[in-house]
Design a protein around this ligand. Structure first.
Ligand SMILES: NC(=O)C1=CN([C@@H]2O[C@H](COP(=O)(O)OP(=O)(O)OC[C@H]3O[C@@H](n4cnc5c(N)ncnc54)[C@H](O)[C@@H]3O)[C@@H](O)[C@H]2O)C=CC1
Ligand SMILES: O=C(O)C(=O)CO
Length: 491
């Protein structure tokens, strides 16, 4: 029998029981859950990493959803326990979900959420910081100062690498890898070589355009190259940053052989997952090659380091803080909570997990969708392929109305009210209209607006006994949709 774990309870009378295995930054995520009738239980145990037994004890007999952490082992045992307790959803408060056995979740019909997008720039900024810290030996120099060893300027003191004009190599040019590449290319005028299973056209276009801009300014342009193998990156780049997902194909991607391929004075940065590097081989390589430097945010046996790593002067090491900015961490908590809430409420899945801004805007209610469910397809969930979100303040003297126009696909013609909710205490009304149409998207927009107008008029009448002047609104909204950038479209 597992020991009971300490918890803090919010909204004890809520209908749905949602557990967070850790206190998470900010309060928005708690408020969003409470507003939708959730009882929120936050585990306050002192120990950093909860065991499977601890989490089973938290889940108990009735649990609708869990927000968990990347340090937890979400496998068969936990998904079975969550399913037994009636749970529909689990969300990692992380974009990486290598700690989750998605097949086991599928088996028990539990949705698995993650938090992409909100941490892209923050994580890329840390990778850039580690690149600079390693290139310019900042940590070594800092220790030297604090030890009182500085006794005057010297030509050879802490000489490092100049980045300008050198080549930055990115392995895994997805969201974070691409953001990092752009920072290094634009910030330090580095050339780019990248390796990914997929072409990153946007990144290529960015570097081309920036190169042309530099040229037109009479400066040395920058260039990009998509490598046909990872080895090509390792051979050619001066700074290499790792940003792939961790899976079977990337486990020990960097090992003794690949390290030997790299330049003797290269810099290697890892802000992805520890096991992407064979850390024992890395320690050996650092010992043999004092001019080779690394910047590490993640470790193979986190939270531990392989013997010898902590003693290496040519390693900059930080404790998995790449996503640790206030805005990002609060946003991650919000996305994770909304993933769980969305499944509990039966919302569709947001169509583009690269564009999660509408969920992070605190001044309007979030879209009625799950921001990112990684096993949505396996569970047969519907994705929102186009999503437009608009809000109108003071539409009526006491109502704030938010429309969500959701286009699922264009294969049949079936307009339907997708969701209607009245948030009494906010005195706001949200109407979402789902349109499935064989016509083009614009026609779908027109149709959904007509339909939404009628639905809202009827709804307002039912709620407040007032008829509403929506005729003008239909045309106004159409005009905005066609002309304004306040509409977020995922394509
Ligand atoms: N250190 C930290 O705090 C953080 C770590 N991460 C890690 O970064 C990873 C990447 O995050 P995102 O950029 O948002 O994901 P993403 O899915 O946008 O990018 C991953 C890229 O890796 C590529 N890839 C997959 N297998 C590959 C292989 N064998 N060789 C080369 N490329 C391969 C994919 O095609 C994709 O473009 C996450 O999965 C997570 O593990 C993410 C955020 C913070
Ligand atoms: O999101 C992730 O994958 C992390 O590692 C922490 O932000």
């Amino acid at each position: 029998m597992a020991k009971p774990v300490s918890i803090e309870v919010w909204n004890p009378n809520g209908k749905y029981r949602v557990i967070s295995t850790k206190p998470m930054p900010g309060t928005r995520w708690i408020n969003l859950l409470i507003e939708q009738d959730c009882r929120v239980e936050i585990c306050t145990e002192k120990k950093t990493i909860l065991s499977v037994e601890d989490i089973i004890s938290l889940i108990g007999n009735k649990c609708d959803g869990v927000i968990g952490q990347l340090t937890e082992d979400w496998g068969e045992t936990l998904f079975a326990a969550l399913s037994r307790a009636g749970g529909k959803a689990f969300s990692n408060m992380a974009v990486g979900y290598n700690n989750v056995d998605v097949n086991a979740a599928n088996k028990y019909g539990v949705a698995v959420g993650n938090t992409p997008g909100v941490l892209t720039e923050t994580t890329a900024e840390l990778a850039a910081s580690l690149s600079l810290a390693a290139a310019r030996r900042i940590v070594e120099a800092d220790e030297f100062m604090r030890a009182g060893l500085y006794d005057g300027w010297l030509p050879h003191l802490f000489v490092g690498n100049l980045l300008k004009g050198q080549t930055v190599g990115v392995i895994g040019a997805g969201r974070i890898g691409s953001a990092y590449a752009r920072m290094m290319v634009e910030g330090f005028k580095m050339n780019l070589i990248y390796y990914d299973l997929y072409q990153s056209t946007r990144l290529e276009k960015f570097v081309t355009a920036y190169g042309e801009f530099l040229k037109s300014n009479g400066e040395q342009p920058v260039y990009w190259k998509r490598a046909s193998s990872m080895d090509e990156v390792l051979r050619e780049a001066d700074v290499i940053s790792l940003h792939p997902v961790l899976d079977k194909t990337t486990y020990h991607l960097i090992n003794k052989e690949s390290l030997a391929t790299m330049k003797k004075e290269a810099i290697l940065v890892n802000c992805s997952r520890g096991p992407v590097i064979d850390e024992v081989a890395l320690v050996e390589h650092l010992k043999q090659n004092p001019m080779f430097r690394v910047g590490l945010d993640v470790f193979e046996d986190e939270p531990f380091m392989k013997p010898g790593l902590a003693e290496m002067k040519n390693a900059v090491i930080v404790p998995h803080i790449a996503s640790a900015s206030k805005w990002t961490r609060e946003g991650m908590a919000t996305l994770a909570a909304l993933n769980v809430l969305g499944k509990i409420k039966g919302y569709p899945i947001w169509g583009d997990s690269n564009r999660v801004e509408p969920f992070l805007n605190e001044s309007v209610p979030p879209p009625a969708a799950c921001p990112s469910i990684v096993n949505a397809k396996a569970l047969g969930n519907i994705h929102v392929s186009k999503h437009y979100s608009l809000s109108f303040s003071k539409l009526q003297s006491h109502d704030v109305c938010a429309y969500n126009f959701t286009f699922i696909n264009q294969s049949c013609f079936l307009p339907q009210v997708y969701l209607f909710q009245s948030y009494k205490h906010q005195r706001s009304v949200r109407v979402a209209v789902r349109v499935v149409s064989p016509m083009n998207v614009k026609f779908g927009v027109v149709l959904s607006l007509v339909y939404a107008r009628l639905t809202m008029a009827i709804t307002m009448y039912m709620l407040h006994g007032e008829s509403t002047p929506f005729i003008y609104l239909h045309f106004a909204v159409l005009y905005v949709i066609e002309n304004s950038s306040i509409i977020s479209s995922n394509k």
